[in-house]
Design a protein around this ligand. Sequence first.
Ligand code: KIV
Length: 270
Amino acid sequence: MTDKARPVTTRDLSIMKAEGQRIVALTCYDSLFAGLLDSAGVDILLVGDSVNQVLAGRDSTLSATLDQMVYHGASVRRGSQRALVVVDMPFLSYQISVEEAIRNAGRVLQETGAEAVKLEGGQPMLATVRALVERGIPVMGHLGLTPQSIHTLSGYRVQGRDDESAARLLTDAQALEQAGAFSLVLELVPTAVATHISESLTIPTIGIGAGAGCDGQVLVLHDMLGLNPGFSPKFLKRYAQVADTVRDAVRQFAEEVRTGDYPGPEHGFD
Ligand code: KIV
C-alpha cells in the first residue's frame, strides 16, 4: 500500500506497479462516500460519467455534462484527503477540438481540485492526450469497451476478442503511454489480452471486467455494494447487499410510523 499519511500521486501509482502492489479504485460521486472510501484506503476515486446511469436512471453515459462532472468532482474532492481523484471528461467535452479539450479539462482541475481527468479512446485521442499532459493536466486513458461509443460498438460487449482488435488495443495502449497518459482503464477485455497489455506497459492498467492480470481493479461502487440488485454482469462481485439493508430499514420505519411506535417520547422536545 502507498504511504497512508500523504495523498496518492500519479507517480505513486507507477511505483506501485513497479513494486507489484495492486491499485484499488472505485467510482465515487459524492462527498459522503468519498470520506468512507478514503478512510478504507482506496487509492483512486474515479468520478465516473456513469453517474447518470447509477443515480439518475439513464441507460448510457452520454447524458453526463461538464457542469455535472464539475459538481460531483468537487464533492468527491472535498470528502477525501488521501485518494487520487480522477474525473471523467464527459461525451463531447474533449472530442471536438484539442483547444476545447484543454479548456474543459483545465476547468475540471481548476473547479474541482481533482488531480487528473480520464478520457476514452486510442489513436484519435493521442494529440489531445499529449496536449493536456504538456499543459500540466494528468490524463488517464480508457480502452476496450468505451461506454461513450456504445452506439458504434452496438452494445456493452467484450472488446479485443479477435487477433486484429486485440493487436489494435495493444497499439493504442502503447501509444497512449507514449502520449503521456499516467494510467489506463481496460474495460471488458479478455483476461489474456489485458494481461499482455499490462505486461507491455510501464504505466499501470486498471481493469474492470479485464481479469486479474491488470495492475489494479475498479468497480462501480453502487454495484459492488449491492445497491443495484438488477445489474449482474459476469465480472461483478458484490461485497455487500446494501439494497436489502435499506429495504429492511425503510420497512421498519414505515411500520413504526403506522403503529405509532415512532417517534417515541425520547425523540420529542419538552
Ligand atoms: O464512468 C465510469 O464509471 C467508468 C468506470 C466504469 C471505469 O468509467
